[in-house]
Design a protein around this ligand. Structure first.
Ligand code: AMP
Length: 283
């Protein structure tokens, strides 16, 4: 059995632990998370292990990416289970700072993101979100200085934002996207799925089914508008309230109307009761 991961909670402890990890010129992969770990997160850890010799996982519920009315207070925190899952995966170091360590009194800096961060998808409904994500990821990159960082395609716009930021700021960090891990019935794994009532949990996979149906129609040559409206009807008929369901260019996130114009990604966000779910698929 591998050694249990070192847990760092302060910057000096993190620096010490990273110094030890890097001693034999090891390459380092970072997997940023907010904890409440599921198999989706663990798939990122497994990919990280293939891409670097040492793996650092950060567990930090980042307050700056939540609006005041959102679920920062109630976001699931499952430290003990998280730590044992990461130990079982053979992670080398867990970076688990508290809010004061990340944002000390007087903290006054924020990374402002443009391009994919203002594509009119998540940013329309969570205007504060990508600035908070970029700021915390920027800090994590500076603190850990990883060679590579792994992010899930589950948060597709976020993956594009972080990739752009890592390049624009010359961080030297290679951002690698990982596929979405799903439950057997198609629901994308998410820490927020625990908010669903048993009845909502039954209905939730409709989101994936509707995206697959829309993708099928697009591939058959139907227009984007017509294909999306079939999917949107399935989603709302199941009881979701739709924030957006759109076809975008997979690289630029620009609106796209047919497969001839480039690779299409379907992206959806919808609320089921109090729970907001997001998902996406390639066409
Ligand atoms: P979170 O803890 O929700 O901030 O997610 C941490 C990382 O895990 C992000 O890069 C997410 O995109 C990724 N992730 C979340 N859910 C999944 C999933 N079902 N499959 C793959 N990656 C995921």
């Amino acid at each position: 059995m591998a050694r249990p991961p070192v847990v760092a909670r302060t910057l000096p402890a993190l620096r010490r632990a990273l110094g030890d990890l890097r001693r034999r010129n090891a390459s380092v992969a970072l997997v940023p998370t907010m904890g409440a770990l599921h198999d989706g997160h663990l798939s990122l850890v497994r990919l990280a292990k293939r891409r670097a010799t040492k793996v650092v996982v950060s567990v930090f519920v980042n307050p700056t990416q939540f609006a005041p009315h959102e679920d920062f207070g109630s976001y699931p925190r499952t430290w003990k289970a998280d730590a044992s899952k990461l130990a079982a995966e053979g992670v080398d170091l867990i970076w688990n700072p508290d809010v004061k360590t990340m944002y000390p009194e007087g903290f006054a800096t924020r990374i402002e993101v443009d391009g994919p961060a203002v594509a009119g998808l998540e940013d329309r409904f969570r205007p504060h979100f990508f600035g908070g994500v970029a700021t915390v990821v920027g800090k994590l990159f500076l603190q850990v200085r990883p060679d590579v960082a792994i992010f899930g395609s589950k948060d597709f716009q976020q993956l594009r934002v972080v990739t752009r930021m890592a390049g624009d700021l010359d961080t030297g960090v290679k951002v690698i996207g990982a596929p979405t891990i799903r439950e057997r019935d198609g629901l994308a794994m998410s820490s927020r799925n625990v908010y669903l009532t048993p009845e909502e949990r039954q209905v939730a996979p409709t989101l994936y089914r509707a995206m697959k149906e829309t993708a099928k129609q697009l591939r058959a040559g139907k227009s984007a508008d017509a294909s999306l409206s079939v999917g949107a009807k399935m989603i709302t008929a199941a009881g979701f309230s739709l924030d957006y369901f759109e076809a975008r260019h997979a690289d630029t996130l620009a609106p796209i109307h047919s497969l001839k114009a480039g690779p299409i990604r379907l992206l959806v966000a919808a609320k089921l009761g109090k729970t907001r779910l997001i998902d996406n698929v390639a066409v």
